[in-house]
Ligand binder design. Structure first.
Ligand code: SF4
Length: 237
């Protein structure tokens, strides 16, 4: 038997995967909930779209596969919804688009996590997941929400085992109205920045994203957070 690694085939496979992942481009006439989570990167990306990198494509494969199984299995949970589409779809509210992973009938967000431990403080540990879910709750005008986290390997003694966690997330009217204000104010600032190219007034994206961000030099995140100055140099070492 002769076994040889084929880099040529790997390249072709990756290119096919990228073509597949780019198949359903999102509407670009308004911001999406996911844009509002990363305002600077979203504005800079709309002004100067970048091709998907190999690494992004590989991350997408893992995430999309888990999502696909969970959405397909859970989308028909409620018999009354079986005739309707229970999965995402693209909807519009408060001047933005939103696509929750599931509507049961309130929004559920599905996440895949590589963390080895479930956070002790849910609000802190799931901050970004909750930011997204709360925007869906605000757009769907429902105080109820569900967060389903699929852990790829939770630490269990000497072993790391896959595990599911589900959390009910209940807001009140005051919290929901705060989220609506955040959506309208941030999307207005983003539209302004998209026209001028000045992103300095927009909130920074999470720090871990700066490491391989193609807009690092344009964005200059270190002007607001000096600790990000060497974010890309550290990655290169
Ligand atoms: S450099 Fe960081 S803050 Fe700036 S757009 Fe990129 S990820 Fe966002």
């Amino acid at each position: 038997m002769i076994i040889k690694r084929s880099k040529k085939m790997e390249r072709q496979i990756l290119d096919k995967i990228k073509t597949y992942l780019n198949r359903a481009p999102r509407s670009l006439d308004k911001w999406h909930v996911s844009d509002i989570l990363y305002p600077r990167k979203s504005v800079l990306g709309r002004r100067d779209p970048q091709p998907m990198t190999d690494l992004q494509a590989l991350y997408f494969i893992a995430g999309r596969a888990h999502h696909g199984v969970l959405e397909a299995a859970l989308g028909k949970w409620d018999k009354k919804l079986q005739k309707e589409r229970a999965d995402a779809g693209e909807f519009e509210k408060h001047g933005i688009y939103y696509s929750p992973d599931l509507r049961q009938p309130w929004p559920w967000e599905i996440k895949t996590s590589r963390a080895e431990y479930e956070p002790k403080d849910y609000e802190k540990g799931y901050e970004l997941y909750l930011k997204q879910l709360k925007q869906y709750q605000a757009c769907m005008e429902d105080d109820r929400g569900g967060l389903l986290v699929f852990f790829l390997g939770l630490r269990n003694g000497h072993r790391k085992l896959p595990a599911l966690r589900f959390y009910k997330v209940q807001l009140d009217a005051k919290e929901r109205s705060k989220v609506v204000k955040h959506i309208t104010a941030t999307s207005a600032e983003m539209t302004k920045a998209q026209k001028t190219g000045d992103v300095s007034k927009l909130p920074l994206c999470p720090k871990w994203m700066c490491g391989d961000c193609p807009f690092f030099k344009k964005c200059k995140p270190w002007l607001q957070d000096a600790a990000r100055k060497n974010a890309q140099q550290k990655e290169e070492k």
